[in-house]
Design a protein around this ligand. Structure first.
Ligand code: NDP
Length: 374
């Protein structure tokens, strides 16, 4: 197992080499926010989107960080995203609500909906909010963690455009439909945040920028052959669903989880399923989300829960290790450690992404993010 340390004692989840530049977190955040504000996004909403994208880079999720800003910019410029949405409750009960996102930025619809789920859980013990008519909302974990700040368990899911073939199929049908579950502990929260495909498409975008081949087992070409070529995947191929190690056509478990996400986030709210979801730059992209907050105190005292979570995680980490591994991790831990390091020494941005961000800055008139040294 290879792990990357920054040389100053901090841990980083992903490999950072000379092709990356470090950008202070505040600078990165204000750049993203000012680009969005310049495009007409209200300040508060721009902060939410910037927070979500920068959190992804801080946590080592390069696939869903600021490298995605261009996509949001294109979505706004093409009119696919409504920057002044009328986000409203369509139906509501004490513990649930259905929200219409009015084609707003997914992060803005997502934050609104998770805040509503938390408010409901505070009164009813549990809050479920389904949002339809939204857009790409970035990392699912962002919303699950919001519940943890209130001593609650948070769950968040979204459907996304079709990129994944079902087990036994070759056609892009399912989205990479992520699932995030977060729970409070005495320290860093537990956070499982994952695509239901072997990898999200953003990871292939990172490989494409770097001109690298992908490992076998991630995707197939349009004929259904496993491939290491990123271009073969972008050119009509499909990603494989998670699980089913060794199965040519991907795992039936990831396939099932992906369909579950479509049911809970799409069909339950009268929205759609991945096959009919479109790109952010298109009108009516029809992305749907699911949010759930569970108030721990409604079940057991929160302090007891936190203590027992700590005990379980400590037991997990102290359990007998395989000789090839240096340690046993729990979900979210690598991301939080990476976040702590990057807040201190800066967020690594790949040079190709920096060039693109500088171009966006010039184009919209907020200036360049940063110059390459030397
Ligand atoms: P990863 O495979 O990187 O990580 C999945 C989970 O496993 C994380 O919770 C991670 O925690 C944890 N983890 C990693 N290694 C270990 C280990 N050795 N032991 C225990 N836990 C571990 O995630 P994906 O690439 O699948 O997804 C990346 C992001 O993409 C997610 O944030 C997801 O929400 C987002 N996404 C968004 C989509 C959208 O349409 N909006 C679509 C698809 C994905 P840790 O953070 O600590 O590493």
């Amino acid at each position: 197992m290879s792990e990357d340390f920054d040389g100053s004692g901090g841990y980083e989840k992903t490999h950072v080499d000379e092709n990356y530049v470090r950008v202070p977190v505040e600078r990165l955040f204000s750049f993203v926010k000012s680009v969005l504000v310049r495009l007409g996004v209200p300040e508060g909403d721009a902060s939410v989107v910037a927070d979500n994208l920068v959190m992804a880079d801080l946590r080592g999720v390069e696939s869903h960080g600021v490298q995605r800003l261009k996509r949001y910019v294109d979505g706004i410029l093409s009119g696919g995203v409504n920057v002044h949405p009328d986000i409203r409750k369509v139906r509501e009960g004490p513990s649930y609500a259905l929200v219409d996102g009015d084609e707003g930025l997914g992060q803005v619809v997502g934050r609104f909906s998770m805040e509503l789920a938390i408010e409901k859980a505070r009164k009813a013990g549990i809050g479920v909010v389904v949002a339809r008519n939204s857009n790409h909302y970035g990392i699912a974990g962002y919303y699950a963690l919001m519940a943890v700040e209130h001593g609650m368990i948070g769950i968040s899911m979204t459907n996304s455009r079709p990129l994944v073939a079902p087990t036994g199929g070759v056609e892009r049908f399912l989205g990479t439909n992520p699932i995030a579950v977060a729970a409070p502990t005495g320290g860093r929260p537990f956070l499982l945040d994952m695509a239901t495909s072997v990898v999200p498409i953003g990871k292939l975008e990172v490989y494409r920028r770097k001109g690298q081949e992908i490992p076998l087992g991630w995707a197939m070409d349009k004929e259904g052959r496993q491939t290491t070529s990123v271009e073969a995947v972008f050119n009509g191929g499909a990603l494989l669903p998670l699980g089913g190690f060794g199965e040519l056509f991907g795992g039936h478990k990831g396939y099932g989880l992906s369909v579950m996400v479509d049911i809970l986030s799409g069909l339950l709210g009268g929205g759609t399923w991945s096959r009919h979801v479109k790109n952010t730059s298109e009108r009516h992209s029809e992305v749907d989300h699911f949010f759930m907050a569970v108030d721990v105190e409604a079940f057991v005292p929160l302090d007891d829960f936190r203590r027992r979570m700590d005990e379980m995680m400590a037991e997990l980490k102290a359990s007998k290790r395989h000789p090839d591994f240096e340690r046993i991790w729990v979900h979210g831990e690598k991301g939080f450690l990476t976040m702590e390091t990057r807040r201190r020494i800066g967020v690594p941005i790949y040079v190709g992404v920096l060039e693109e961000l500088n171009g966006i800055g010039e184009e919209v008139g907020v200036g360049r993010l940063m110059e390459l040294e030397g």
